[in-house]
Structures are given as structure tokens and as C-alpha cells.
Design a binder for this molecule. Structure first.
Ligand SMILES: [Zn+2]
Length: 360
């Protein structure tokens, strides 16, 4: 894997800001990086941390200090054996970056598991504290990564808090979280929070590349809540029609061109987690566009937004969000998918039809 990830132009300001803080000796000992999915957070962290680890970094005009990829430190880092970097994560195999770093000893000792781990355990944090007690191998900066920090369970978070209260010298804690409110408030307050920049829509459209028609790129960005990396995944996998279909079906239910049972039967075949996420995103778009459509909305999904938001009833939408949150919470439990979607569609139909009746 290359250590240089310079393909996200919207990161350049952040590289600059951190480089300047570091040059002035103002880099705090703990940073909490947050931001929505699909904007290249992990790739940034990998590239930035690689630049910190490298002994002979190259200075790039837009992206600050970049790893050379050839010095001893870079070689060790590429092999996942750089001794002054420790990565804590629930499931090392599921890391999108730093996947070359091995699991912690406490994880390696566990017996084979059927389901992937979802938490960072207190044993992992204790191991970190032992590691911090040893002196740095290279006499250089030590980096601790928590990917993601919201995976810490309560006991682990409390143990980490102690380490952050008395930070060892020359150690940088890097916490990543898409849900920072799920972290202990005391832990959050020990970190400097850095919100990842999200590119504006023109920048994102340009980055997605001219090989896709503008309308496709706009639609992908809409579904991806403006996150270019996620939008790119949709375009590359040619997923647009698959995403649009459930939304078309919601419209068809309102206009009466399909039936609830037909749609529920169709949705039963979809992956539940995928469809739940899609519907959550779509409801957010619907609520967000209630005040009026932008030009882009008009072009890509105008018809659906108009038909569906015409019947939109906020109480009903909250009920729908509640159902979807329940589906997320029970995603590891096998439930009758058909019944589950029938419930959802019943509320959907009721909230739309109630409004229509009231208007008559
Ligand atoms: Zn290097």
C-alpha cells in the first residue's frame, strides 16, 4: 500500500492546518477526528500519520509532509511493524487502513469467533497502557490510533481516560469517530476536535470525474449525502438503479400503481441493513427538502420528492425513523423481513393518506 493518499483535494486545508500547528509546537496530545462517512477520513489519517512517522518526509505544496516510503521507518510502517505505532480497533481484519498492523496480543489470544467483534475492550486499553509505560523505541513520536473511538466500551473508555489525563511525553492519540456523541463527555473534552472538511457540491462533482454523466453524479451525491467517496462507490458499482427502485416504489404506493403487499414482498429479497440505511437516508432527504427543492433535486429525483413530500406528515416520519432505528438495533437478530417491511409500508401509506384526506 502506498503511504501517499493525495487524491482528495478537499483535505489540503486540513493538512496545512495540522502542519502549521505542529511547526509551532501546538499540536495537542489527543485529537478527535469526526465527520460523515464517505469523505476519506481513514485515508487522510493513514497518509498524515505516515508523514509523521517518516524520517525523511517529502514536502508537498498542497498536502504538507508526505512519507517518503523508503526510509527505515516507512518500511517498518508499510510492513505494519513500526514499533512506535499502536492501533486499537474491534476487528483488525475490517480496518480500511492500517490493516497491515497486527491484532493486539489480547485479541490474538482469544479463541476463533463466529461473529466479528464490535467493541474495543478494556484488555486492549490495558495493553496500551503497558505499552505507554515502555520508552519509545526510536526516541521519536509515538502514535496511538483508535479506529473507531466510539467502539470503546464504558470500562475501556474509563481506562483510556486515565491515560489521557496524564499524557506520556511525545505521544499522540488519534481518535476517529463518526458518532462523537457516543463517546464519554469527559473523553471528548480531553481531545481537540477536528471536523473533517466536506467538499462543496461543485468540488465533489468535479472529483467524481467526467466519465459519468452529470445527472448520475448528482444523483449519486444526493444518495450519498454529499460524501464523494460513497458516491463514487455507487457509480463504480453501477448501483444507481438499485438505489432508486425502493424510492420509486414509495411513490408508486402513493399514486396507487402498486400495492403494499407487492412492495413488501419485493423488499423481503433485499439485504435488510442495506435497505434500512437507504430508507433512513431518503427520509432525511425528504425532511430536508420540505422547504423547497434545489435545482439539482429537480433534475434527479424531483418527481419523487414532490409526490412524497406532498403527503409528508412529520409525526409519521418520526414513527418511520423509529421503526428503522429498531431495525438497526436488531440487525443481528433474524426476524421475518416481510412482516417488518409491511409494518414500515403501512405507516408510510397511512401518513401519506391521512394528509391527503385532511386536505380534501
Ligand atoms: Zn520515510
Amino acid at each position: 500500500m502506498s503511504t501517499n493518499r493525495t487524491e482528495y483535494p478537499w483535505h489540503s486545508g486540513l493538512y496545512e492546518r495540522l502542519a502549521s500547528q505542529r511547526a509551532k509546537g501546538q499540536l495537542p496530545h489527543a485529537l478527535l477526528f469526526t465527520g460523515p462517512p464517505g469523505i476519506g477520513k481513514e485515508a487522510f489519517l493513514y497518509s498524515w500519520v505516515s508523514g509523521l512517522i517518516c524520517k525523511t518526509p517529502l514536502v508537498d505544496e498542497r498536502f504538507g509532509q508526505q512519507a517518503c516510503g523508503e526510509c527505515d521507518s516507512c518500511r517498518q510502517h508499510l510492513a505494519g511493524s513500526y514499533p512506535d505505532c499502536l492501533v486499537l480497533s474491534p476487528e483488525p481484519d475490517n480496518r480500511r487502513v492500517f490493516e497491515n498492523y497486527p491484532p493486539q496480543s489480547s485479541q490474538a489470544r482469544e479463541r476463533a469467533r463466529k461473529t466479528p467483534r464490535t467493541i474495543i475492550s478494556v484488555d486492549q486499553v490495558r495493553e496500551l497502557i503497558d505499552w505507554l509505560g515502555q520508552s519509545s523505541h526510536n526516541g521519536e513520536l509515538r502514535v496511538v490510533l483508535l479506529l473507531p473511538a466510539d467502539a470503546l466500551n464504558k470500562e475501556a473508555a474509563n481506562a483510556l481516560l486515565k491515560a489521557l489525563e496524564e499524557p506520556p511525553a511525545d505521544t499522540l492519540f488519534v481518535l476517529l469517530s463518526e458518532r462523537p456523541l457516543n463517546l464519554l463527555a469527559t473523553l471528548r473534552s480531553r481531545c481537540q476536535r477536528i471536523d473533517f472538511p466536506v467538499p462543496d457540491s461543485d468540488g465533489a462533482l468535479e472529483w467524481l470525474g467526467a466519465e459519468y454523466p452529470v445527472a448520475d453524479r448528482q444523483r449519486a451525491l444526493l444518495f450519498a449525502a454529499g460524501a464523494p467517496r460513497h458516491a463514487q462507490d455507487l457509480l463504480v458499482a453501477n448501483e444507481m438503479q438499485r438505489w432508486l427502485e425502493p424510492i420509486e416504489q414509495l411513490t408508486a404506493l402513493i399514486t396507487g400503481s402498486t400495492s403494499l403487499l407487492q412492495v413488501a414482498g419485493d423488499w423481503e429479497r433485499h439485504d435488510r441493513v442495506w435497505l434500512t440505511g437507504l430508507l433512513q437516508g431518503w427520509l432525511r432527504i425528504l425532511v430536508g427538502r420540505h422547504a423547497g427543492l434545489t435545482e439539482t433535486d429537480e433534475a434527479v429525483v424531483g418527481k419523487h420528492l414532490r409526490v412524497q413530500s406532498d403527503g409528508l406528515h412529520l409525526d409519521g416520519v418520526f414513527e418511520l425513523f423509529g421503526l428503522l432505528n429498531g431495525y438497526v438495533a436488531t440487525q443481528n437478530i433474524a426476524l421475518n423481513k416481510r412482516l417488518l417491511w409491511e409494518d414500515f409500508l403501512l405507516v408510510w401509506q397511512r401518513q401519506c393518506l391521512t394528509k391527503k384526506k385532511a386536505q380534501k
